[in-house]
Design a protein around this ligand. Structure first.
Ligand code: 5GP
Ligand code: ZN
Length: 113
């Protein structure tokens, strides 16, 4: 999608630090890390947020969720990690391309802020 920063990163129009990539998903380091390890996992297809997921996206999203544990293992997060997807303005979503934060290597608090 034009003017979507995450589409541009996934299409390699803008260089970034890639963690994992295949035909459906793209994972890269967050530019403002909130933990010692902080990466973003996105579908390559432009989907704005969880609310915009459609039944036809089931293959992409199930593939993406299965990649979480592989990426966590690759990043050495065996002691635990947190997966976050902010959906909408009240939740603090700033980039309108569906993404899952994977955060690790520090103790996480609950409830989240
Ligand atoms: P949100 O607030 O929408 O849940 O998360 C967006 C995340 O994307 C933020 O953590 C922010 O630091 C990250 N981010 C925004 N623009 C870029 C970018 O151009 N490159 C990278 N690597 N991360 C970005
Ligand atoms: Zn996009």
């Amino acid at each position: 999608m034009d003017n979507c920063i995450f589409c541009k990163l996934a299409n390699h129009e803008i260089p970034t630090n890639v963690v994992y990539e295949d035909d459906k998903v793209f994972c890269f380091y967050d530019m403002e890390p909130q933990a010692p390890v902080h990466v973003l996992l996105i579908p390559k297809k432009h989907i704005a947020c969880l609310d915009d997921l459609k039944a036809e996206d089931v293959e992409i999203i199930s593939h993406l969720m299965l990649k979480v544990k592989e990426i966590a293992e690759k990043l050495g997060l065996q002691e635990g990690y947190r997966v976050v997807s902010n959906n909408g303005d009240l939740a603090g979503q700033t980039v309108k391309h569906l993404h899952f934060h994977i955060l690790g290597k520090r103790e996480m608090k609950w409830p989240p802020g």
